[in-house]
Structure formats: structure tokens, C-alpha cells
Design a protein around this ligand. Sequence first.
Ligand SMILES: Nc1ncnc2c1ncn2[C@@H]1O[C@H](COP(=O)(O)OP(=O)(O)OP(=O)(O)O)[C@@H](O)[C@H]1O
Length: 520
Amino acid sequence: MSDDDSEPTGSEQADIDETPGFSSIDETELGDEESSQGLFDDLLSGEPIFENKEVLRPSYTPHELPHRSDQINKMATILVAALRGETPSNILIYGKTGTGKTASAKFVSKELESTSQKYSVPCDVEYINCEVTDTQYRVLAQLANKFIEKNKARIDDRIDDLEDLLEAVDAHETAASDATVDSESDAAADVAAESTSAHPLESTPFSARSEVTARIESLEEDKDSFEEVPMTGWPTDRVYSVFFDAVDYDERVVVIMLDEIDKLVEKSGDDTLYNLSRMNSELENSRVSIIGISNDLKFTDFLDPRVKSSLGEEEIVFPPYDANQLRDILKHRSEVAFKERALSDDVIPLCAAFAAQEHGDARRALDLLRTAGELAERSQTETIVEEHVRQAQDKIELDRVVEVVRTLPTQSKLVLFAIILLEKNGVHSINTGEVFNIYKRLCEEIDADVLTQRRVTDLISELDMLGIVNAVVVSKGRYGRTKEISLSVPLEETEAVLLSDSRLSSIDDVQPFVQARFEN
Ligand SMILES: Nc1ncnc2c1ncn2[C@@H]1O[C@H](COP(=O)(O)OP(=O)(O)OP(=O)(O)O)[C@@H](O)[C@H]1O
């Protein structure tokens, strides 16, 4: 029993009872109405807006994917080869973020696996997210371990079947000997029938019981010989060979789905794809087919030409959704996600319009709808209205900015901080020189290296590309051209994120730096 659970002594009990607002554990356990201070009551009292919020989360795989039937059918037409025991062509799937690539590919692979079970054609699909698993070692290790697991499960099934066969053989033999010993008894007819029926080994590749036990032993040995790959530490050759053997252990078609394949190539080159794509010429029992999924249309430029042609045997493009298509997608999901009448008529069209402006991103549309619902729930209204969607749009945008700013390198944070300080002091049309002067003082203050003005100009351009600042080149007549910089994100929130960085928060009083600008 922990200290918290121990009974209070008499005097402690008296203290507790006299403390205002304090209820003893016993009272709480008895569910005394007075013991709750209503922290959750208000929140619970309103009619809930959501019926099933999970349906709007990215992790949910929908059963229906409106406006993707062309792409889904094309994938199925290519992959049906696997169900005929042939090797399907490799597929490359392209499209911007949120265009349903992953959802469609997962939907097709689920169908493929379930059909392969239905017709008892061995086919396995393995999914890997290369943003998380981003080196050749990790990809091969993960695949090797998954196939080892599958092989072990298959071996267990086979051993079970063989043990059933052994039992049948034993029953048959006992029946046969019983029939000769006691051919007069009552049960004799049944036993005789059993002993004269077809021998259980007749339609199997085994001619004797001992062969079955030998097979079970060899399967057990195979199972023990599989060595799982540790997540680090082996030479890559060894990982590859374990993976190769695991795949080739059984006759089957294997589909390997590499999501965010461009991240793998960016991080660790095309060795993995090279090795995977040349496997088929060496495999004896199985065949491998690859589905690569990418946001980046140009990533194949970095591939070895052999890999490029092998991987891109078939290409499927997922175009962005337009506002009408997004509307349909949202409508489908909202029927399950929300209580009846929780949505006012203009909510779905507005979410669809905002997301279509972004780049036809269904994830963004779903995020907007969910966030709008959460904001409505928090304000304890029963209906989501247009205003909630607008607030949701601002919130999502701010969350994005916070995340981008939080993960900037320190030097970029210092440049951004310099711009913020200038804006805070009412400086308009900020130029690069002014930013550089303040930046230099900030660096000195926290003992950071001071970059050249040229590098600082580059960092400003990067902040511009991230949508954090706006830098326009303006002509100053005979004085040449200069950049005018302004902040594109909310000042106070951005400053707060910067100051949450422990290095920047040590800058105590920034005012003198900016004052100095006017004195220079
Ligand atoms: N046609 C559709 N119908 C229903 N939901 C969809 C549809 N297309 C996409 N979605 C949903 O949108 C979200 C994003 O889709 P998905 O993850 O498939 O996009 P993606 O193209 O793979 O994006 P990324 O490249 O960023 O991974 C998911 O929640 C998915 O369920």
C-alpha cells in the first residue's frame, strides 16, 4: 500500500475535515455530490457535437474514397497479377500532400490480401513509412523481421496441420489393429470401416509416418534458424541476406509499399531501391514488387537510371482535389463524425473552399472540420457555424507557424528576432542592413557566431520561403535596389515562441539594441 492510501491518524483526520474545500478520500469514493467542484460538469452539460471524432483523424482509414476510383482501379489492374501468381509491375504513385495516396494504396492492399486469402494464393503486402524508417539498414531490418514473423506463423500453421495428420494416421492404425484383434465385437463394423477407408497419407506427399515426423522436425529447425535483425549493429550485407532468405523462404508474391519514398532517397540515396529492384533475378521461390509513394515529382531525377526505369514501370498521378470533390469527401465523413444537425449548411462548403485554396488537400479539409467542431464544442454551442471554421483556419495556421518557428536553427531565430524587434519599435520598410545590425548585437549578447551579411540575406530569403516574413525587392532609383522586409505572422505569438528557446530567452533587455539603431 502506498503512503497515499494509508489511513490518516485521528488528529490528521480532524485536520482534513476542517480544511475548507477538502473532501476526504472516503467521501470521494462514496460519490458524495458535494465533493465535486463541477470542473467537468459545464463541459459535459452541452449536447455533444461529435458522434465519432476519430473518423476525422488522419489515422482513420475510410472504407470509401470518393473521386479516387480511377487511381484505385488502375492499381488493382496492375496488382491483380499477384493473384495469378505472376509478378506485378512496380508502381510509382505521385501527388501533393493530402491527395489520398496513402489511403488509396492501403485500401487496395487490404483488398489484395483478403482476396489472396479467399483464393488461397500466397501474397503478402508490407507497408513502410520511409519518413520514420529512413535508412537502408532500417528498411531492410524492418522488412526482414516482418517476414521472419510471417514465416514463423506459417510454419506454426503447417506444424499444426502435420500434427493433425499424425493423429489421423494413429487413429487409422489403431483401428486397423483393433479390427484384426476383435473382429467379432459390436464395434467391429465401425472399426473395420475406419481401417479400410483411405489411408490419411494417401493424398499427401508422405509415404510413411516417420516422414511426417521428420518434416515436423525440419520445420522446427527452420523456425529456430531464423535470426531476428537487431535495429542497429550488423553490417548491411548481413541484414540484406537475412531479409532475402526470409522473403524467399516460401513461394509467394510480396508487395513492398514504400510511403514517402523520396525521404528515403534524400536521406540515404538509392541503394535500398537498387537492391530491392534487382532481387527478382536472384529469388528462387518468391517474387517482389514495389509500390513507391511520393509527394515530390522530381525525386526520380536523383535515381540511378536502372533504378528509375525499374521503379517507374507504371506511374499513377493523384491530382489535387477541387472544392466540389473536397465537399463530397467531407460530407461522407461528417455523416459518421457528427451528431445530426450539428453542422450548419455553410460549414462544409467553407472548409472545402479553404482547403482547395491551399492545394486541394483533403487532410487540411478534415483538420479544419474537426478543429471547427472542437471550437464549437468548447464554446458550448450545439451547432458549428461559419465563424468556427474561420477561427479554425486561423488556429491551424498559427499552429503551423509555431511549429515552423520552433524548429528553426538558432541563427534563423536570431534573424527573425531582429525583424520582430524592429517591427515592435515601429520601423516600417525594414532593410537588410538594419536587420543585420540588430542581429549582430543579439549574437554578441548570447555569444553566438556572427554570420556575414550575405548569409543573413540568405536566411531572410529562407524565412520568406517559409512564409514567415515577406521580403520584396524595391528599386531606389539611382541608389540601386534593396529588400523591404516585413513580418507575415502574428508578432506576439511568434516572439513568445522565440523566447521559449533557452538561448534566446537569456537576452534580458533588448530595447537598447533597437535604440542604438537610431543613434548609428
Ligand atoms: N477520396 C478521399 N475520401 C475520403 N478521405 C480521403 C480521400 N482522400 C484523402 N482522404 C483523407 O485525407 C487524409 C490524407 O490522405 P492521405 O494520407 O492518403 O494523403 P497522401 O496523399 O498520402 O498525403 P501525404 O503525401 O501527405 O502522406 C486522410 O485522412 C485520408 O483518409
